[in-house]
Design a protein around this ligand. Structure first.
Ligand SMILES: C[S@@+](CC[C@H](N)C(=O)[O-])C[C@H]1O[C@@H](n2cnc3c(N)ncnc32)[C@H](O)[C@@H]1O
Length: 242
C-alpha cells in the first residue's frame, strides 16, 4: 500500500472545530496538558493506532520511502534509534524480512537503540546499544549478510536539553558518525536517511554527505510537526571512495 497520499485520504477535515480535550487533567503540569491535548487531536496518532504502528513517526518514513523509492524487497537495513520500533515495522514490511511474501527476496532489518525495543517478527534488535560505539558496529557486521547494508535509517535524537544550539550540535555530531558508519558498512549505491535539527551546522553535515553520496536532499515530511526544527537528509547512491 502506498501512503504518499495518506493525508488526503485519511485525515479528517473537521478536526479543527471538533478539538477534543482530555479528562483528568488535574495535577498535570501545563506542558503535560498541552502534550495530552495535542496527542488526542493528532490525526497521525489516530492513524498509527488504526495501522498498528508503534508510533506516529511511521508516517514520516512512509512518505520518504514512497516518494524516493527506497527500501526494496531483499534490502539489508540498519535502523538507528529504533525504539519503540515503528520505522522497523515499515522496514520489515518493505524489505520482506519476515518472509511475508515467499516469492520476493527476503531482506534483513537490524534496529539499534539505547533503550529496550520490544521484539518484532522480521527484525533483529540491539537494545541497550549505542549507535556511535565501535562495539555496536562490530555486532552489526556480524548480523548483516556479507557485513553490508543497502540502507541506513536514523530517526535518532538525543534527549533535548532545551538549549537549541547545543541540542542541534549534538544531533549533527551523531549524524556525522553515521557518515563514518556508511563508509564502513554501506554498499556502493546505498542510501542514508537521517534526522537532524535545523541550525548553524546543517551545511557542514550536508557538505559531508555530498562528498559520499551522488544526491543529497533535505526533507520535511508532512507528518513532521511544522513547529519542530526536525528535518531529514536523504543521501542516495553512496559512492565508494576508498
Ligand atoms: C524519535 S525516537 C525514534 C523513533 C523510531 N524511529 C520509531 O519509529 O519508533 C529516537 C530514539 O533515538 C534513540 N537514541 C538516541 N541516541 C542514541 C544512540 N547514541 N544510540 C542509539 N539510539 C539512540 C533514543 O533512545 C530514542 O529511542
Amino acid at each position: 500500500m502506498q501512503y504518499s497520499s495518506f493525508p488526503k485520504r485519511y485525515l479528517h477535515t473537521t478536526i479543527g472545530f471538533m478539538k477534543k480535550t482530555p479528562h483528568n487533567l488535574k495535577g498535570k503540569t501545563t506542558s503535560d496538558q498541552k502534550w495530552l491535548v495535542r496527542q488526542l487531536n493528532d490525526p497521525y496518532v489516530k492513524a498509527s493506532r488504526v495501522h498498528n504502528y508503534r508510533c506516529r513517526s511511521a508516517f514520516k518514513l512512509l512518505e520518504i520511502v514512497d516518494k524516493y523509492s527506497i527500501l526494496k524487497p531483499g534490502d539489508n537495513v540498519i535502523d538507528c534509534g529504533a525504539a519503540p520500533g515503528a520505522w522497523s515495522q515499515i522496514a520489515v514490511q518493505r524489505v520482506n524480512s519476515a518472509g511475508a511474501n515467499a516469492e520476493l527476496p527476503r531482506g534483513t532489518v537490524v534496529g539499534i537503540d539505547l533503550l529496550n525495543i520490544a521484539p518484532l517478527d522480521g527484525a533483529h534488535f540491539l537494545s541497550s546499544h549505542d549507535v556511535t560505539d565501535p562495539v555496536t558496529h562490530a555486532r552489526l557486521q556480524e548480523l548483516l549478510p556479507n557485513a553490508k547494508a543497502d540502507v541506513i535509517l536514523s530517526d535518532m535524537a538525543p534527549n533535548a536539553s532545551g538549549f537549541k544550539d547545543m541540542d542541534h550540535e549534538k544531533l549533527i555530531t551523531m549524524c556525522l558518525s553515521l557518515v563514518d558508519l556508511s563508509e564502513k558498512i554501506l554498499q556502493p549505491g546505498g542510501s542514508l536517511v537521517c534526522k537532524y535539527w535545523d541550525g548553524f551546522l546543517a551545511h557542514t553535515l550536508q557538505n559531508r554527505l555530498s562528498a559520499v553520496f551522488e544526491s543529497v536532499r533535505s526533507l520535511k515530511p508532512k507528518a513532521s510537526r511544522k513547529e519542530s526544527a526536525e528535518k531529514y537528509f536523504l543521501g542516495k547512491m553512496y559512492k565508494k571512495i576508498k
